[in-house]
Design a protein around this ligand. Sequence first.
Ligand code: T5A
Ligand code: NA
Length: 213
Amino acid sequence: GQAVQQGPRGAFIVFEGADRAGKSTQCQMLVEHLQASGVNAELWRFPDRTTAIGKMINSYLTSQSEIDDAAVHLLFSANRWEKREELLRKLASGTTLVVDRYAYSGVAFTAAKGLPGLDRAWCTVPDAGLPAPDVVFFLSLTVEQAAARGGYGEERYEKADFQRKVLDQFQALRDSSWRMIDASQSIEDIQQQLREQAAAVVARCQRGAAPLG
Ligand code: T5A
Ligand code: NA
């Protein structure tokens, strides 16, 4: 159904960045800070591994299953589409959503594979029409800095060569909603900058930003 907006809407805040940049750490801290400041806020993440589609994605990422590259790309996108209505409803009802990864990751990771036919243009099509975030905090960290942080984990895309290609793809996706954050700083320094920038976005939405959808 169509989301009906009564009061001011919540802010739609997305975190992006390569693996190990500290997205989940910062998202968690930001949501707790917003809640403590009296802002109605929720933490979301993509992939949402709890749905039926999300379980297929999880099994792919942990190499328990093989899925065709185009097909898994569409599953990542479908995983966002299946949450679209709830996302719009929450925002319309005044809840601010802090979202750990979104469609930019979807495009960057598949396009980084460099497969014939699956170029960036093809990769962006399935996500066209999803709500656009108010702001994207891009946590910027080089592959070398990520490696110094203890390296990558065991999941499918966590390899240095591939991560370099992902970072190149992200560069090409950057738009006016992006705020670049130097993720090599301390956790506390990054969080401080995020709190200031997020507060401005939340205030802008409270003053009456246009509804999303
Ligand atoms: N994917 C995702 C697609 O292919 N298509 C899609 O459409 C989407 C949405 C899973 C994979 O799916 C791909 C991208 C991914 O490869 P995920 O579940 O978000 O995505 O990945 P995770 O493995 O959970 O998270 P990341 O590896 O991306 O790590 P984070 O969240 O960036 O980093 P975080 O916070 O877990 O921190 C990593 C480590 O660094 C330390 C932390 O303590 C932790 O040990 N750390 C710091 N150390 C020093 N200084 C700092 N400032 C630090 N901040 C954190
Ligand atoms: Na994460």
